[in-house]
Design a protein around this ligand. Structure first.
Ligand code: IMP
Length: 424
């Protein structure tokens, strides 16, 4: 199999975890390239549920190698918990998990800053996951971040941490009127993490490029979704990294020429957690129905997800900025039993119809959706094994998605288990 980037085409939670799991079987390496433990990939294996926040879900397949790339921000406490939980369930990560020495580290003060900044924003809050993701990336960009490699040099680590703790303490005292963070306990806690994580930390760009040279296949798994991308999403209601396909190269140190395929994962409807505009959001009744049927609650925070119709404007934008070569459609079974399905094909704002995704949030916030209607289907499709056997109106809906994106559907998911998958 080739080298593949897999990205979500909406606001995250497209069901990427399952598609990654299905594809992982055929690749040698599974790699995370951005985000942190704000993500949550849910995978069902033989009736057991696994939720992974940092470690690529490829770890659930024996013999697969998993990489946390340089573009990821790592909370070591969460990572070590995930490693122990996997071990308790009989999955060993030693020799299979590699963490980039260039990945930046999340500290408790990042989580604190995340929370305090959100409180300060009041009504204009982003609705972050509160995991310290944004503040960790702020440190990275402002060149004060602390990386995995620093954990391996206790002297350098202590010096850098001292500078950062002094700075945050100045802000906490003067600006937020909060108690200061104690340097000593924090230093000891993280030195302990360093000792436990040392065996996994390495130059993962070399590792992956050697794999490319040996024709080993790599799956780059995007977290969040394109519409949460720091550049191409609904800024400022986005995450702080490039979740779109381009992030896979900068976030791993593998060049673009090594990539063969870009798979876009699109959920049959739209969901979003957190704040921000959502033109095709359902009315209350449909929202409750689909949330219940689709079990639409955040895998990381447990927050109820807002639900809406498929947004063609958004998905086309996504297809373009990612250079999608093929599609995986998820949660199609959740749409069964609807008489009619709507697809948002434009936004009406001040007498004009926008067919392209607007940059200004004002349009998205105030626009009325323009809908095209297609017939629904009443059959339960969760046990269907081939594309041909899907009801005609289901196939018609899938064809519409292909038309919108200009890409062919290769995978359709009709249930959360591995075997509820149609390969087209
Ligand atoms: P942050 O990534 O915690 O800073 O949150 C920024 C925005 O991204 C918020 O709207 C979050 O709800 C959203 N977000 C972050 N990670 C995910 C995810 O994995 N799925 C869906 N939304 C996410």
């Amino acid at each position: 199999m080739a080298n593949i980037i897999l990205v979500g085409m909406q606001w995250g939670d497209e069901g990427k975890g399952k598609i990654i799991d299905v594809l992982s079987r055929k690749v040698h390496y599974v790699v995370r390239y951005q985000g942190g433990n704000n993500a949550g990939h849910t995978v069902w294996v033989r009736g057991s549920k696994f939720i992974l926040h940092l470690i690529p879900s490829g770890i659930l397949w024996a013999n697969k190698k998993c990489v946390i790339g340089n573009g990821v921000v790592v909370d070591p406490r969460v990572l070590l918990t995930e490693i122990s939980e996997l071990r308790e369930r009989g999955i060993e990560v030693a020799g299979r998990l590699f963490i980039s020495e260039l990945a930046h580290i999340i500290f408790p003060y990042h989580r604190l800053e995340d929370k305090l900044k959100e409180e300060q924003r009041g009504g204009a809050r982003i609705g972050t996951t509160g995991r310290g993701i944004g503040p960790a990336y702020i440190d990275k960009v402002s060149r004060t971040g602390i990386r995995m490699v620093d954990l391996l040099s206790p002297g350098i680590f202590g010096e850098k941490l001292r500078v950062n703790v002094d700075e945050i303490n100045r802000a906490l005292r003067k600006f937020y009127k909060k108690p200061a963070i104690r340097f000593g306990p924090l230093l000891r806690e993280y030195q302990g993490y360093g000792r436990r994580l040392k065996r996994y930390i390495t130059n993962t760009s070399i590792l992956l490029n050697e794999a490319v040279n040996k024709k080993r296949s790599i799956l780059f798994e995007g977290a969040q979704g394109t519409i949460l991308d720091i550049d191409f999403g609904t800024y400022p209601f986005v995450t702080s990294s490039n979740s779109s396909a381009g992030g896979a190269c900068t976030g791993t140190g593998v060049g673009p020429a090594a990539i063969d395929r870009v798979i876009g994962v699109v959920k049959a409807y739209t969901t979003r957690v957190g704040e921000g505009p959502f033109p095709s959001e359902f009315d209350e009744e449909m929202d409750t129905l689909i949330r219940k049927r689709g079990d639409e609650y955040g895998a990381t925070t447990g927050r109820p997800r807002r639900c809406g119709w498929l947004d063609a404007v958004m998905v086309r934008h996504s297809a373009r900025v990612n250079g999608i070569t093929e599609l995986a459609v998820t949660k199609l079974d959740v749409m069964s039993g609807l008489e009619e399905i709507k697809i948002c094909t434009g936004y009406r704002y001040k007498g004009r119809i926008f067919r392209e995704f607007p940059a200004g949030m004002n349009v998205l916030r105030k626009a009325a959706p323009v809908y095209e209607r297609v017939p629904g289907w009443s059959e339960d499709i969760s046990k269907v094994k081939s594309y041909r056997k899907l009801p005609a109106s289901t196939r018609q809906y899938l064809k519409k998605i292909e038309e919108i994106t200009g890409a062919k559907i290769k995978i359709v998911s009709v249930g959360f288990e591995r075997n509820r998958t149609i390969i087209c």
